[in-house]
Design a protein around this ligand. Structure first.
Ligand code: PGA
Length: 249
């Protein structure tokens, strides 16, 4: 691993070889679960974390870690997809992670079926508060710099809310098997992310190199929502060597 503190307060970036990246992130998360059995952790879907989720049970086993008392909070959700749709974020997170954990954790997701999405957002925030607040938020990085579904233009105080999806997010959804892709979603807001004591921003692959560089070394701007995380004292950026800016790997 290489780790760049960078000049002048640039955020710390942890870089692993692509072949080892998922094992390292799974080990880090397993350690957190072992240290804090009641961990309340917000998790993304998308392609980036899937190899981490696949490795997590094996990473937990030697530590004697269990998710039984933990709460897994789903970061965001599409609107307009029927319950059980294989590309719905709740279905993906259950399939890729929650169903692999035995005994299972408690899961908090947006209740978007048969209810006003605004009410689903309020209930989501209440469920997080009832769980004691988020300890850790793990995020993927959108090609346009979004985190969760906080698209460019989202301010640092953006709450949990209904959002219109950017074109590249809709294209990504098509790639996940949603065609036609949804136009809207619900997401944990920037404010909810920044309120957590720890944030891990994950990025892998060459397609993330340009936007990761903008997020970590460019200006702090609402145009790149991930850059708004930069001053958070608990931010870790964990990338593979394909995504890391050349000056940092
Ligand atoms: P990806 O998506 O992990 O599929 O690249 C990340 C995101 O859009 O947040």
């Amino acid at each position: 691993m290489t780790s760049g503190e960078g000049r002048d307060g640039r955020p710390r970036l942890e870089v692993f070889a692509a072949a080892a990246w998922a094992d390292h992130v799974a080990a880090l998360l397993a350690e957190r679960l072992a240290e804090r059995p009641g961990l309340v952790v917000c998790l993304p879907t998308g392609a980036t974390p899937l190899p981490v989720y696949a490795r997590l049970p094996a990473a937990m086993a030697p530590l004697g870690a269990t998710a039984r008392r933990s709460t897994i909070v789903l970061l965001d959700e599409y609107l307009g997809l029927p319950a059980g749709h294989p590309a719905r974020c709740d279905v993906v997170l259950r399939r890729e992670l929650v169903d692999r954990l035995a005994p299972p954790p408690c899961m908090v997701a947006f209740g978007v079926d048969g209810r006003d999405p605004g009410a689903a957002c309020a209930a989501f925030d209440e469920a997080i508060a009832d769980a004691g607040g988020l300890d850790l938020v793990i995020l993927g990085l959108g090609r346009n710099g979004h985190v969760g579904m906080n698209e460019p233009g989202a301010p640092a105080d953006a709450p949990t809310r209904v959002v219109e999806l950017a074109g590249s997010t809709r294209e990504a959804a098509r790639g996940y098997g949603v065609d036609p892709p949804p136009t809207h979603g619900v997401t944990l807001g920037m404010a909810g992310m920044l309120a957590a004591p720890e944030i891990w921003l994950l990025a892998t692959g060459r397609t993330k190199a340009t936007i990761l560089e903008a997020a970590v070394d460019g200006p702090v701007t609402e145009d790149v929502p991930a850059s708004l995380l930069r001053d958070h004292p608990g931010l870790r950026i964990i990338a593979d060597d394909a995504a890391a800016p050349p000056t940092r790997s």
